[in-house]
Ligand binder design. Structure first.
Ligand code: ZN
Length: 221
């Protein structure tokens, strides 16, 4: 899944309003950040196969460390433990639900990807068991569902927090619309030609999105 993870992070604000949206989003897209870093390191692999699904030209050939179920459970557990320890130091993490919210967001990535991907998500390391419901085989449905998740997430986010300044009131709405426009453009654009260039772009995009989300979230109370 592409932008749907952003919608889920927005909605998570409702469960714990103290955690920065930047951290929530980092947890929700952690698997992809790790994946693109590992692609650049030559550890995990993808290729571009135009038409492999209607909505995505990406063939994820090897990504057990970032996207298998067992690895997702491991990363979710690690986030849980780190947040639990960090809660002693940082007030924003002191709510009892914080470790659960962050761990659940890391794990949510796997299940959202299961709906979108063709059967290429490994349950265990190795090629034996791979799952995926293949929503990406339906261009319009996958596009509309991702957009809908963002709208629902944004609506929940706006109801859970308050903006008192102009930036606080409209910043996150403008940012969400900007991301939706980028998402729409990327769905319409021809497939990228080069994996390394795409992985660098995707990694920078994910990290920038996390930083901007954290910055705009501070403007809301
Ligand atoms: Zn993913």
């Amino acid at each position: 899944m592409f932008i749907g993870h952003f919608g889920v992070a927005l909605a998570a604000k409702r469960v714990d309003k103290n955690i920065s949206l930047g951290l929530l989003l980092f947890a929700a897209v952690f698997a992809d950040i790790l994946f693109f870093a590992l692609v650049l390191a030559g550890v995990e692999r993808m290729s571009i196969v135009p038409g492999i699904t209607a909505a995505s030209p990406f063939d994820f050939t090897y990504y057990p460390y970032s996207h298998s179920l067992i690895a997702s459970l491991f990363w979710a557990g690690l986030f849980f433990v780190i947040i639990k320890i960090a809660a002693h130091r940082y007030d924003s993490l002191k709510n009892r639900v914080a470790p659960v919210v962050m761990g659940a967001l890391v794990l949510s990535h796997f299940f959202l990807d299961v709906t979108a991907h063709r059967a290429d998500l490994p349950l265990l390391p190795g090629d034996s068991y791979k799952i995926g419901l293949g929503l990406w085989n339906y261009f319009l449905a996958s596009y509309l569902i991702e957009v809908l998740i963002v709208f629902i997430g944004l609506w929940i986010y706006l109801k859970s927090t308050k903006g008192l300044t102009f930036g606080g009131r409209y910043g996150m709405i403008i940012f969400s619309i900007f991301l939706l426009v980028l998402f729409t453009a990327s769905m319409m654009a021809p497939p990228p030609s080069d994996i390394i260039g795409f992985a660098i772009f995707a990694l920078v995009y994910q990290l920038l999105t996390v930083l901007v989300a954290a910055w705009l979230d501070r403007k809301r109370v």
